[in-house]
Write a protein that binds this ligand. Structure first.
Ligand code: C2E
Ligand code: MG
Ligand code: MG
Ligand code: MG
Length: 284
């Protein structure tokens, strides 16, 4: 019976694999329509300037609420978009949506820099540069309102081409942030060459900050390192007031996390921002 049990669990395992495979195929098949029909949409999470206490930047985060499948997490569908070659279309769509949103906010007197997450295929595709440039021209927005977040691991997948692309975006006026810093394996010598103006410390070093001395040391050292390269530092995963206070003593420039708020739909973000910026929450 022991053999039978393991045979049964093998079948179950295969069925599970098969279901997952079907789900993945299904997701890949509906990317295009989901961008068009509103089931894919953006939320915005504030990046708060820790010196002024004002929300001056936001990160655009993609959400997908499907009629049949329900909420699909970006961790799942971004990876599938990358595997299936859909990511280029997704990123183009995200950038255009963000530009339209920036323009709407500017018309209401809300001036923000919004960052977009860029995948490896975007960065290494030379056609992407032309699309970015033509979108900037089409909407004639100030490129300083836009920034690109690029993870350490993406940069390390082809450091030379990555740096070349980043320089082109920088020349266009788009600022670059290194995302998820600390989780990849970038050598310090490459960090020196990367034309980024912001370093985002991965939330895994920040979330458990209050109880973890090593994490605090890593963050404090990263802030110093980034500053010595002339970069600003953003800490993601700020969940508590005490974490925020520590980050301020380390000289961290910006904070992002649930302590302020989760990512919000554009309208809710706007209301949150107006309220937050009119209170002086972060007085020393
Ligand atoms: P990321 O770029 O590192 O984004 C930060 C993630 O941390 C977001 O997860 C955000 O909701 C989450 N987060 C923010 N503050 C806190 C906090 O205080 N505590 C905790 N536990 N989490 C916090 P999300 O939205 O699930 O996105 C996951 C990842 O998916 C992103 O990581 C990014 O790599 C990718 N992603 C999301 N949107 C896009 C997109 O438009 N394009 C691409 N290429 N990737 C995207
Ligand atoms: Mg990011
Ligand atoms: Mg990140
Ligand atoms: Mg991440």
């Amino acid at each position: 019976s022991k053999a039978k049990r393991s045979a049964d669990s093998f079948v179950l395992y295969q069925q599970g694999q098969d279901e997952n495979y079907q789900r993945q195929l299904h997701i890949i098949g509906i990317f295009e329509e989901s961008m068009a029909d509103g089931s894919m949409y953006l939320e915005y999470q504030p990046k708060v300037n820790l010196n002024s206490g004002q929300c001056t930047e936001a990160e655009a985060l993609l959400r997908w609420q499907d009629k049949e499948l329900g909420f699909i997490s970006p961790e799942e569908f971004i990876q599938l978009a990358e595997l299936s070659g859909n990511i280029r279309a997704v990123t183009n769509w995200v950038i255009e949506e963000v530009i339209k949103q920036i323009i709407l906010w500017q018309a209401k007197g809300l001036s923000l820099r919004v960052s977009v997450n860029i995948s490896v295929d975007d960065l290494l595709d030379k056609g992407f540069r032309f699309i970015v440039r033509s979108l900037l021209e089409k909407y004639s927005i100030n490129p300083r309102c836009l920034s690109f977040e690029i993870t350490e691991s993406v940069i390390m997948s082809d450091p030379e081409l990555a740096v070349e692309s980043m320089n082109i975006f920088k020349d266009l006026g788009i600022s670059i942030a290194i995302d998820d810093f600390g989780t990849g394996y970038s050598s310090l010598s490459y960090l020196k060459k990367v034309p980024a103006s912001e370093l985002k410390i991965d939330k895994s070093f920040v979330i458990d900050f209050d109880n973890n001395e090593e994490d605090r040391m890593i963050v404090e050292t990263s802030v110093e390192l980034a500053h010595s390269f002339g970069m600003k530092v953003v800490a993601e995963g700020v969940e508590t007031e005490s974490c925020l206070q520590q980050l301020k003593t380390f000289g961290c420039d910006l904070g992002q996390g649930y302590f302020f708020t989760r990512a919000l739909r554009a309208n809710d973000f706007e209301a949150w921002c107006e309220k937050f910026n009119s209170n002086t929450v972060l007085t020393d």
